[in-house]
Design a protein around this ligand. Structure first.
Ligand SMILES: Cc1ncc(C[n+]2csc(CCOP(=O)(O)OP(=O)(O)O)c2C)c(N)n1
Length: 366
């Protein structure tokens, strides 16, 4: 087991910084291509601005239903997504907008899905929590806590059965590690040597309940040890550290055909969902979180290294702003799906879309 983000002592409700890394584990940006670093910066900024726009559209009632944002988790999301090969599969929980963007889905299609429009990733029927795109190999988007885990190992079993070399990444939150499906899935994945990387985003709270109050073993990367699964903890505020740790495990899962567990210690800047004012946090915690904003920290690092000049910063900010505005305009101007298509993408076998059908009537068409 490795621990590159060791908590300092056994405090109670803590924010990202106190639980963060030893400095010696921070990758040196001098080892990276400036182009790569700027690309990561842009991706993180895109998620930030996209999510801010999403929050705004929600308050304007352009977006309905549940809606959970990746604000504050941009370094983790970008680090994880850049560690995957295009052919690798991804399963996530409902906090997924940034992952969809990171998996290469166009911001227009992600925003249109949030608006519930037919041009969206799931043709407007999935919404914020249920994005699904077989081409991009994003296999959901799940609103049921832990619902993605058994499905992810099913996909990994299919890969393994066919002798493929794809890896399945299965993202979840810290709260998910106490769901039965977590243990069942880790057990089967280890028993059957499935190529899955389980990723726990430890943002310290499941809704408003802290990890310390819900987990007998709050060092979540150790939770795989019951299944003899190697676990690694990484600083989720550092995009390079996340990419390195994730890429290592993804490639080992591919080569060794076995599962791994990665814990990324991150922090969400806002409440659980867009309607949660996060009153369970102290103002000290919120202030500390803002002070440790991963996007601002990365921006400072790149600026100090002379990689991000004022001109470049402006240029990137402008192009991201345009991309997000374009996505929102596209969503706004897209049609709602036809009600007659309600069941078209839900079942593998055609199902009649008959509102008059009684519960006892057969589900599948003759
Ligand atoms: C089976 C199930 N139980 C409860 C809920 C309600 N619920 C929605 S999100 C959530 C917290 C999950 O927290 P975590 O796994 O840490 O993910 P995060 O929101 O931090 O990404 C709960 C309890 C649910 N959706 N599904």
């Amino acid at each position: 087991m490795a621990d590159t983000a060791k908590p300092k002592g056994g405090g109670t409700a803590r924010t990202g910084s106190r639980r963060r890394t030893r400095k010696d584990s921070t990758p040196d940006i001098a080892d990276e291509q400036p182009k790569t670093l700027l690309d990561y910066y842009r991706q993180m900024l895109l998620i930030r601005r996209f999510e801010e726009r999403t929050a705004q559209a929600y308050t304007q009632a352009r977006i309905g239903g549940y809606c959970h944002l990746n604000l504050g988790e941009e370094a983790t999301v970008v680090g994880l997504m850049t560690a995957l090969q295009e052919r690798d599969y991804l399963f996530t929980n409902y906090r997924e907008h940034g992952y969809a963007l990171g998996k290469g889905i166009h911001p227009r299609r992600v925003m249109a899905e949030l608006y519930g429009r037919s041009t969206g990733v799931s043709k407007g029927w999935g919404g914020s929590m249920h994005m699904f795109d077989t081409e991009a190999r994003l296999l959901g988007g799940y609103g049921i806590v832990g619902g993605q885990l058994p499905l992810a190992i099913g996909a990994a079993l299919a890969v393994s059965y066919r002798g493929g070399d794809e890896v399945v990444m299965c993202q979840m939150g810290d709260g998910t590690t106490n769901i039965g499906a977590f243990h069942e899935s880790l057990n089967i994945a280890a028993l059957w040597n499935l190529p899955v990387v389980f990723v726990v985003i430890n943002n310290f709270t499941g809704m408003g309940t802290t990890v310390e109050k819900s987990s007998a073993e709050p060092d979540l990367y150790k939770r795989g040890s019951a299944y003899r699964m190697e676990g690694v903890r990484v600083d989720g505020q550092d995009v390079l550290a996340v990419r390195n740790a994730a890429a290592d495990l993804v490639e080992r899962a591919r080569a060794e055909q076995q599962p791994f567990l990665l814990e990324a210690v991150s922090y969400r800047l806002k409440g659980h969902s867009v309607v949660d004012p996060a009153k369970y946090r102290t103002s000290e915690q919120s202030e500390e979180a803002k002070a440790n904003d991963p996007l601002a920290a990365f921006e400072t690092r790149l600026t100090e290294a002379g990689i991000l000049t004022d001109e470049l910063k402006q240029e990137i900010a402008e192009s991201v702003r345009e991309e997000v505005t374009d996505a929102a305009d596209f969503a706004e101007n897209s049609p709602h799906p036809e009600v007659s298509t309600l069941f078209d993408y839900t079942y593998a076998t055609p199902v009649p879309n008959e509102s008059s059908r009684m519960p006892a009537d057969p589900v599948f068409a003759e």
